[in-house]
Design a protein around this ligand. Structure first.
Ligand SMILES: NC(=O)c1ccc[n+]([C@@H]2O[C@H](COP(=O)([O-])OP(=O)(O)OC[C@H]3O[C@@H](n4cnc5c(N)ncnc54)[C@H](O)[C@@H]3O)[C@@H](O)[C@H]2O)c1
Length: 330
């Protein structure tokens, strides 16, 4: 797919971050765009940014939809067909996701399943709903966002991260298996898995909100105790910090994750779209993702050892993990 002009793209999680930047880049290239999100306010901001940069005949539609709910996904699909007066779409970006998910052993089951349901079932339900519409097109592309946590199931020493990793591994496995399935049964539809390293977005802030908290300042004393213990295990100098100081530190880490990343959301969106133009099936984003991928492949048996973590920290690759760790701790 060398040109996006005149095509129809569906983007989940288009309210902020990489989803917003994909919507902006695509609509700027005369691609019609349908975005969904759980935040109407953020989608409206994406819409007005897109309108400012796109020709007036480019259709941009917004749809409230929780991708972890199949009934809402099917309603979203029906709305897209009406809004774009079409029987097909050309691109589906399964991008929506939240961080977190923590421990399978001690965390609340509903928290664990919330992350898994959005990060895995969101991809699955949207693929069920929209892949038939890609098959209906002359040329289609399914782009599923996994993560470095789709090939490396850790976030740092002493921090459990099971749900997000399980979901992102599932997204990667599903996408790779579809290469052959689509190749045999719908060869005009291509597929790619996206594996970003640390990208400067509001994912930590948004994930906190998705769990019903305004910010890390709303953490309960029990949650502060968990964060305190993780920070102590990591050897951070927290001394006798009060609970509110711990909350402030967590809040600052969420902001730093957005503002001090090696790769911006706009750069990430451009890398994804370049990958689609080049018909890649495997799109890594950022030097941090490239290096981690090489190291995990070179020494898989060592990937969860102290020495492996220490080398990542020493070589400055751990920024990729810090923000999601912030979410995990908050
Ligand atoms: N930022 C990173 O460092 C990073 C790294 C690896 C992978 N990722 C993945 O990239 C994707 C995009 O994340 P981002 O960093 O742009 O974060 P983001 O929070 O800026 O964007 C995600 C969007 O998804 C939306 N969303 C959340 N739950 C939803 C639901 N149930 N239904 C519909 N929309 C929902 C959010 O409201 C938000 O607008 C995610 O799948 C994330 O896991 C991000």
């Amino acid at each position: 797919m060398k040109s996006f002009s005149g095509k129809i793209a569906v983007i989940t999680g288009g309210g902020t971050g990489m989803g917003r930047e994909l919507a902006l880049a695509l609509s700027g290239e005369a691609c019609h765009v349908a975005i969904c999100d759980i935040s109407e306010e953020n989608m409206q901001e994406t819409l007005s940014l897109c309108k400012a940069g796109a020709d007036s005949d480019v259709r941009i539609s917004t749809h409230i939809c929780d991708v972890s709910r199949e009934d809402q996904v099917l309603a979203f699909r029906d709305e897209v067909l009406i809004a774009h007066e079409t029987d097909h779409v050309n691109l589906l970006f399964n991008n929506a996701g939240i961080a977190g998910g923590g421990s399978f052993i001690v965390d609340k089951r509903e928290d664990w399943e919330r992350t898994f349901d959005i990060c895995w079932f969101g991809v699955y339900f949207c693929s069920r709903a929209f892949v038939p519409l890609l098959v209906e097109s002359d040329a289609g592309y399914l782009i599923n966002t996994s993560s470095i946590n789709g090939f490396w199931a850790a976030i740092g020493p002493g921090v459990a991260h099971t749900s997000y990793c399980a979901a992102k591994f599932a997204v990667k496995g599903f996408t790779e298996a579809l290469i052959t399935d689509l190749g045999v049964n719908a060869p005009h539809v291509k597929v790619a898995v996206v594996m970003p390293g640390h990208i400067g977005t509001s994912i930590v802030i948004n994930s906190t909100k998705a769990r019903g908290r305004n910010s890390a300042m709303d953490m309960t004393p029990e949650e502060v105790a968990v964060s305190r213990s993780i920070m102590e295990k990591r050897g951070l100098p927290i001394g006798n910090l009060s609970d509110d100081h711990i909350r402030e530190a967590m809040q600052q880490r969420a902001l730093d994750f957005r503002d001090k990343a090696p790769t911006t959301a706009k750069q990430a969106a451009n890398i994804i779209l370049d990958g689609v133009r080049a018909e890649k099936w495997r799109i890594l984003i950022g030097d941090d993702a490239d290096i981690l991928d090489q190291r995990v492949r070179a020494t898989p048996e060592d990937a969860y050892t102290e020495a492996f973590f220490t080398a990542l920290t020493r070589d400055g690759i751990f920024t990729a993990i810090n923000g999601e760790e912030a979410e995990q701790e908050s």
